[in-house]
Design a protein around this ligand. Sequence first.
Ligand SMILES: CC(C)(COP(=O)(O)OP(=O)(O)OC[C@H]1O[C@@H](n2cnc3c(N)ncnc32)[C@H](O)[C@@H]1OP(=O)(O)O)[C@@H](O)C(=O)NCCC(=O)NCCS
Length: 171
Amino acid sequence: MQRSAPSSPPPEWVRRRTPADLAACTWLLAEVHRADAYPSPWPEDPVAWLARPDLAGAWVVELESAVAGHVALTRSGLVTRLMVAPWARRHGLAVRLLGVAVARADALALRPSLQVVDTRIAAIALYEAAGWSCTGACVDVRGRRLLRYAASARSPSAPASSPRDEIPSLR
Ligand SMILES: CC(C)(COP(=O)(O)OP(=O)(O)OC[C@H]1O[C@@H](n2cnc3c(N)ncnc32)[C@H](O)[C@@H]1OP(=O)(O)O)[C@@H](O)C(=O)NCCC(=O)NCCS
């Protein structure tokens, strides 16, 4: 879906992903894959990739009634499937999504962590700007170097006063 970039930070809404969102999330995934080769490789079953069975939660952010971003949290505290549409970037949406996932992890007494391929410069800049700390590295089965990050207890993406589940106040 081609859209023009919003000219000023627009109203946005982070909410729980529902099964009815999966089609729009698959469109979003395809857009992000075209722009950034994320995920790589493209999953055989994108819906199953988005709705992996071990999730503790998944959220979308809407802009102008379109799904513009997505994040998920696994039951082990892994923050994953984070993406923002190319047309909606640099408006703080990923920070908002990270904050929601971290607040949920906090509510579940999980320690939020994530992994990122070391060539994903934008994502790494985001995590560092959001106060996450690199805790190590490993090499995956494709030979890519993965950096591990952990959310700091008081990072900007872990707001102490966030509601624990639905976040209607983010509208
Ligand atoms: C990484 C990604 C989620 C960032 O989304 P976003 O909504 O544009 O990020 P935000 O607007 O919340 O950025 C917050 C801060 O992160 C940093 N940042 C984000 N993108 C950046 C970029 N391209 N270059 C440098 N810094 C960047 C900046 O410090 C930014 O603050 P600023 O805009 O005030 O300078 C998005 O680029 C994306 O979807 N990339 C492809 C998918 C991907 O790599 N997912 C992560 C997999 S581990």
